[in-house]
Design a protein around this ligand. Structure first.
Ligand SMILES: NC(=O)c1ccc[n+]([C@@H]2O[C@H](COP(=O)([O-])OP(=O)(O)OC[C@H]3O[C@@H](n4cnc5c(N)ncnc54)[C@H](O)[C@@H]3O)[C@@H](O)[C@H]2O)c1
Length: 296
């Protein structure tokens, strides 16, 4: 297949190079002339956006940046710009074409923000073009290698035809492939990153506590990585809607928080964990109250 990779930074390069290795024809596109020159020097076909006007292709993958604004919000201007320009290109295509969003975007963005821009081409989604959201899980430090050996591929598809084409592209990669709707894929990517961030912050909180108690936090967390079921059982703690309960978790969370407080050690993450659980308990009790049988 012939693939346009729009946005040739960390994710775009890893994506394009990995796909090219499988024998597909890849054209890298970027607004940064240095990025284009670097890829050309490596022997790849790389161009600025105006360089693809006359091209035909089977798939376009958007890998442009979606950084944070000063106020923390997600900056969608780059991807909006790139998609708007590409709608013009799409207008001139006479064959069915698949659009894939690889950038990390908040749930709803692909369907509610990017699809309307694509539709300005006059083409119909589901008929003239397909649409997928395929989040990337690679790590910046080992991007190309991670793309070559992914541990999983997630395809969020607008319809079956779009998902089938994208699945075909990944046929030669040996990993688990899951297919879901577009919004689930967008959300999964955030949940994935938030979980990693929470885990690191949790470790740092325990590390600080250990430091204050004169203990080795790395040693403690290394042992926890073997003892805590949540660390090694993928099914543990992944069903939502129920507070934690039982003989140990409620008493040990509040007990340790009180212990840390008595020694002047702040544990904001543990406080939040207890707060989230209490809230859920209250809601559960409310539901029980509503569903209580009437005593006549
Ligand atoms: N870096 C990572 O490890 C990583 C991992 C997974 C997902 N992601 C996500 O993937 C997306 C890309 O991240 P990245 O790290 O590759 O960003 P990056 O900044 O390295 O690359 C983005 C590229 O897009 C180009 N670009 C911007 N506007 C363009 C336009 N209109 N047309 C063509 N090119 C344009 C930029 O010049 C840049 O080269 C982001 O949404 C990011 O959150 C990043």
């Amino acid at each position: 297949m012939k693939i346009l990779v729009i946005g040739s930074g960390v994710v775009g390069k890893a994506t394009g190079k990995g796909i090219a290795e499988k024998g597909h024809q890849v054209i890298f596109v970027d607004i940064n002339p240095e990025t284009v020159a670097e890829l050309v020097a490596e022997g790849y076909d790389a161009r600025n956006p105006s360089g693809i006007e006359q091209e035909k292709a089977d798939i376009t993958m958007f890998c442009v940046s979606t950084p944070s604004r000063v106020n923390g919000e997600v900056e969608l201007d780059y991807i909006r710009d790139a998609v708007t320009k590409h709608a013009d290109w799409l207008r001139r295509q006479d064959e069915y074409h698949l659009i894939v969003v690889r950038s990390t975007v908040p749930p709803g963005t692909t369907r509610n923000v990017l699809l309307p821009l694509l539709k300005t081409s006059g083409k119909k989604v589901g008929k003239d073009f397909g649409l997928c959201m395929q989040p990337e899980f690679l790590r910046a430090v080992s991007a190309v290698e991670d793309f070559r050996h992914p541990w999983m591929t997630l395809i969020g598809e607008y319809d079956r035809r779009s998902g089938d084409i994208l699945e075909g592209l990944y046929m030669d990669f040996e990993d688990k492939l899951y297919r879901v709707d577009i919004e689930t894929a967008e959300m999964e990517k955030y949940a994935h990153n938030l979980f990693n961030a929470f885990k690191i912050s949790f470790t740092n909180e325990i590390y600080e506590v250990c430091h204050k108690l004169g203990l080795n936090g790395d040693e403690v967390m290394e042992l926890v990585s073997h003892s805590a079921e949540g660390m090694w059982n993928p099914s543990y703690g992944t069903k939502g809607g129920y507070p934690f309960d039982g003989a140990c978790l409620p008493k040990d969370t509040s007990g340790f928080l009180a212990f840390a407080k008595s020694r002047g050690i702040p544990m904001p993450l543990l406080e939040a964990v207890i707060k989230v659980n209490k809230q859920l308990e209250l809601e559960e009790n409310k539901v029980k109250e509503v569903n209580k049988p009437l005593v006549l």
